[in-house]
Design a protein around this ligand. Structure first.
Ligand code: ADP
Ligand code: MG
Ligand code: MG
Length: 987
């Protein structure tokens, strides 16, 4: 019989933390904590498979579920000695959702379930506290009403407000038992009116109502939005946890709280959290009351008056500290925990790995490695490369003048300026229009997620460090200042005011989520310092990395930034940008409208010194490193004038009439410029352009070598090659210039010639192109465009629909399409290497900075990735993780067949990769051995079996080849190519 329900509690569980897929994160960890002997109220988890079943079967449950649930509930009753629905000693439960990945605030928890008109009396009698019992009952009606019965929140709020104002109360705490009892009557009447039927009194009906609501909520809008933002598959489903209630609201010796085992903002190894005395459930995170600090140090740091838990409940606090250590040792990661204290007894209600800022992630990883909790590889693997973005971006310029408006909680670091806006929808709309927005809310809720995502920063006037706004902002890497209680927000008037000053929607403010400060207007920012833990992780990452990381840069500023970030050369210098400078564009235009080669050469001669100066500066910055320069790529009409004044000026300098100049421009206009007269096609018709460029490159290299004693190794890259002969023609032009420069200066420049692979034909014919090309650089932007036949400039209009209808999972311009474009890349690599075993392979499209695509580049065995300067550290880390993963999977490949009998243990994909390793297709970088190849060599006996299964390679009779040599045996080298003419290592 299928098992749909897993029990936990009473010191043992049917589940464990590894069963997260089945039990959800919350359920799996409740089970694990219970197994560890921690005090967890007993309960059970209804699995995610029930959710799947629910949606696959017209929202119905598997037949066995009722009985299994009843049995599990019976077990809970036994442990706590209470009965569900019993009027004397009622068992109350919470019903909590819990998906595989934590989705904070996405699904609502119902507490105190099992209360009705009869059990509430039992609870009152038994606890001797009628006030507590009726307060719990009204909370239950309110939560259940909202979550399960879909009754709007404000109905309850209004009744509560009336109840208080009628009695002249300001606070909930002034309500007496009698008052709550009366409110319960009002609540029930209102529910009956809204619903058309009474509030359910049968605890079992309540239970199944709540379970159903959790499953249904998996498909609500906010859950769907969250899943889309974080790419959580819908198929995962959620589990439901039903757990015996414990009460943090039974008096002064009760409390509820949340904590992080380390500081989630800075990563400091200090216990960190908030709690509330005499409170239940989500009161801490909801921001209704301002919570107290967990530790004395924390309280002192904040200058708060109310005592910390350490001071108010020292014994319970000591137990909590012991659990903190226990959990960290067990999970070997920072934990985010929820707990409740009932009459001095501590209960654990949740643990999960804590969300942390990028800075905290680095510090925690480094310190845990140093503490010996994890090893360095784990430390490196733990950092999400994309999250480094948060650190690489500017912070407030300390010298800049500023007007402080308020200071509140530093909820998520980073500085952000933008215009104030008060609703998530507006924030989204303004951001879509290119505006920087600061979303200002009293507090945020899951409905605001899209606006928080669109905003640069978030400011709330209520709530603590663990409020919804703070948690979500940290996860998203948005700056956030929370709990700015001094600021009053008026949604209707769209203003925020503070100490007599009013700021309206649309005015700029700046927030610093690292200090909690809020400033008027825009405050300038400065670059971050990249040292300490960041440097440590990078150093470790670099020791595991196989691929090199270069940058795409053409300006000195970009090149310097990239070097500071650790770039190991330039992988793409786009020379067209250099043509657009105001001081040069006129000469460029003269060149374009020139009637013949002589006139063209004259115009080009004016541009040449500029180009040379550009390269001199770049080469100085990059001295000692390779620099790949792509010769002019875009169609010429991009440089042509647009305004009348420009045409007039061009006419004047060229001595032509305006009409003539315009006619020339007209002629250059193309129907489909993306597929038109661009790239090397330009130089087929106008070779002088490329000749000028390479002359500038060679002369610059000579100048820099003379001045610095060191220069770069220029790699000249020809764009848009489809046919090998195109490259041959370019090679000859370039060789001619090289010879002229040598004759004139007596110096020979060492350079290499290669090509972009950005057209499918080039990928297909890579074998013969490699006869001329000494390197390939995959221009995956154009290669994606041409492989899909999909215009990058127009795709945005409809790619959204493609993603929505799941035709494409990811935007192929962001993450490389491994199946299609990736196949071409792999094919071109293999064919290129067959011709030229030492061909250098890299990628220079946007994908070079995308971690998922970098992983692919590692498997494809590229030598380097190249990306924009700010992504260089991200790429370094992603490349290290890819190398670690690759060697881990190679290791498991080698192990698997050893455990089983023979090759069939390998799946097809694995076998292909193992073969690739054996053939050396996963190529080591010079001086290093690729992890796969290394392993295949090292573990010879194991590799033997898959070898034997495979059809023997044609030229090496496998039978006779000694086993130990098989893996390292190189294919007979292709007949050595004579060095191409371009390899001009002449003296
Ligand atoms: P979320 O996923 O939003 O964190 P939870 O299911 O963790 O929701 O519930 C929120 C809070 O409700 C918990 O932190 C805890 O304080 C309270 N809670 C849940 N179950 C119980 C219980 N069995 N007894 C007491 N409090 C509970
Ligand atoms: Mg919640
Ligand atoms: Mg929780």
């Amino acid at each position: 019989m299928a098992k749909w329900v897993y029990s936990f509690g009473g010191g043992k569980s049917e589940g464990k933390s590894e069963m997260r897929n089945l039990l959800g994160g919350k359920g799996a960890n409740l089970a694990e904590m219970s197994n560890l002997g921690l005090p967890v109220p007993p309960g059970f988890t209804i699995t995610t498979e029930v959710c799947t079943h629910f949606y696959a079967n017209k929202r119905s449950y598997p037949a066995e579920l009722k009985a299994q649930t009843a049995a599990a509930l019976g077990a809970v009753e036994k442990i706590v000695g209470r009965k569900f629905g019993d009027a004397k000693k009622p068992l109350l439960v919470s019903v909590r959702s819990g998906a595989r990945a934590s989705m904070p605030g996405m699904m609502d928890t119902v507490l105190n379930l099992g209360l009705n008109d009869a059990t509430v009396e039992g609870l009152a009698r038994e606890s001797g506290d009628a006030r507590f019992a009726f307060d719990s009952y009204r909370r239950f009606i309110q939560m259940y009403g909202g979550v399960v019965l879909d009754i709007a929140h404000h109905h309850f709020e209004e009744l509560l407000e009336h109840a208080k104002s009628d009695r002249g109360y300001a606070l909930d705490t002034e309500m007496t038992a009698e008052d709550w009892k009366e409110l319960v009557v009002d609540y029930k009447a209102m529910v009956e009116k809204e619903l058309g039927r009474p509030f359910p009194q049968d605890p079992h009906e309540q239970l199944w109502g709540a379970i159903g609501a959790v499953f249904v909520s998996w498909m609500n809008d906010r859950a769907i939005t969250y899943r889309r933002l974080y790419q959580i598959p819908e198929e995962w489903g959620t589990a439901v946890n039903v757990q015996a209630m414990v009460f943090g609201n039974m008096g002064g010796d009760c409390a509820t709280g949340v904590a992080f085992t380390r500081d989630p903002s800075t990563g400091e190894n200090a216990f960190y959290g908030e709690f509330l005395i005499n409170a239940q459930g989500e009161d801490v995170v909801a921001g209704i009351r301002t919570p107290q600090q967990l530790t004395k140090a924390g309280r002192e740091k904040q200058g708060a008056k109310l005592p910390s838990m350490e001071e108010a409940m020292p014994e319970t606090y000591a137990q909590l500290v012991a659990i903190r250590t226990r959990l960290e040792r067990h999970y070997r990661d920072i934990q985010d925990i929820e707990f409740t204290v009932e009459k001095g007894v501590l209960y654990m209600l949740q643990t999960r790995s804590g969300k942390r800022t990028a800075a905290a992630a680095l510090r925690i990883a480094v310190e845990m490695a140093e503490e010996g909790l994890i090893d360095r590889k784990t430390a490196v693997s733990r950092i999400d490369p994309s999250s480094l973005d948060q650190l690489l971006h500017p912070t407030l310029d300390p010298k800049a003048p500023r007007t402080l408006l308020s200071r509140a909680l530093p909820a998520s670091p980073g500085a952000a300026s933008g215009i104030v806006c008060f609703s998530a929808d507006e924030a989204e709309a303004l951001a879509a229009g290119g505006k920087s927005v600061i979303l200002v809310r009293i507090e945020t809720s899951p409905e605001d997620i899209h606006g928080m995502h669109a905003a640069r920063g978030i400011l709330t006037t209520r709530g603590g460090m663990t409020s919804h706004a703070a948690v979500v902002a940290r996860g998203m890497g948005r700056a956030c200042v929370a709990g700015a209680g001094e600021i009053r927000v008026d949604y209707a008037a769209k203003t925020m005011s503070i100490r007599g000053r009013t700021i309206a929607a649309g005015e700029a403010i700046t927030i610093d989520g690292g200090t909690g400060e809020v400033f008027a207007g825009e405050v300038p920012t400065v670059q971050p310092e990249l040292s300490g833990h960041f440097a440590r992780i990078m150093e470790w990452a670099d020791s595991y990395r196989r691929m090199k990381v270069r940058t795409n840069a053409e300006t000195p500023l970009d090149a310097r930034t990239a070097r500071r970030f650790g770039a190991e050369g330039i992988g793409l210098c786009r020379t067209e940008h250099m043509f657009f400078e105001p001081s040069r564009i006129l000469a460029v235009r003269e060149m374009i409208v020139a009637d013949d080669a002589t006139a063209r050469a004259a115009a080009l001669a004016k541009i040449m010194p500029f180009q040379r100066a550009d390269f001199v500066e770049l080469f100085e910055i990059m001295a000692g490193l390779p620099v790949t320069i792509r010769l002019l790529d875009p169609p010429l009409h991009e440089f042509l004038p647009h305004s009348e004044a420009d045409f007039v000026e061009l006419a004047r300098t060229t001595g032509k009439s305006v009409a003539e100049v315009k006619a020339r421009a007209e002629k250059l206009t193309e129907t489909n410029p993306m597929l038109g007269h661009r790239g090397c096609r330009l130089a087929v018709t106008y070779p002088e352009i490329y000749q000028m460029q390479v002359r500038a490159i060679f002369e610059a290299a000579i100048l820099v070598a003379k001045a610095k004693g060191e220069t770069v190794a220029p790699e000249i890259m020809i764009p848009l090659v489809a046919v090998r002969r195109e490259l041959d023609v370019m090679r000859d032009h370039i060789a001619k210039v090289a010879e002229e420069v040598r004759a004139a200066t007596g110096e020979a420049v060492e350079y290499s010639l290669g090509t972009m692979i950005e057209l499918p034909r080039a990928a297909l014919r890579a074998g013969e192109i490699a006869e001329t090309a000494e390197f390939f650089s995959f221009g995956t932007n154009d290669l994606t465009q041409t492989t899909f036949g999909l215009s990058r400039d127009d795709a945005a209009n409809f790619l959204g629909a493609y993603e929505q209808q799941k035709i494409l999972v990811r935007d192929p311009f962001v993450t490389l399409d491994q199946e299609g474009v990736g196949e071409l890349v792999k094919m071109a690599c293999a064919r290129g290497r067959t011709t030229r075993p030492d061909i250098k392979l890299g990628i220079c499209g946007e994908h070079g900075g995308d971690p998922a695509s970098i992983q692919f580049c590692e498997t494809a065995g590229l030598d380097y990735v190249s990306c924009s300067p700010y992504r260089v550290p991200i790429a370094r880390l992603a490349a290290a993780q890819a190398a670690l993963q690759e060697s881990a999977s190679a290791a498991s490949l080698v192990k698997k067949p050893a455990a089983k009998k023979s090759a069939p243990a390998l799946d097809r994909h694995a076998r292909v990769r193992l073969d690739a390793a054996r053939r050396g297709a996963v190529r080591p970088a010079p001086g290093r051995t690729a992890p796969l190849a290394r392993l295949a060599v090292a573990k010879k006996p194991v590799v033997k079996k898959p070898v034997a299964k495979k059809p023997a390679p044609k030229k090496a009779p496998a039978k006779k080849a000694p086993v130990k040599k098989a893996p390292i045996k190189k294919k007979p080298a292709p007949k050595a190519k004579p060095k191409t003419k371009t390899k001009s290592k002449r003296k």
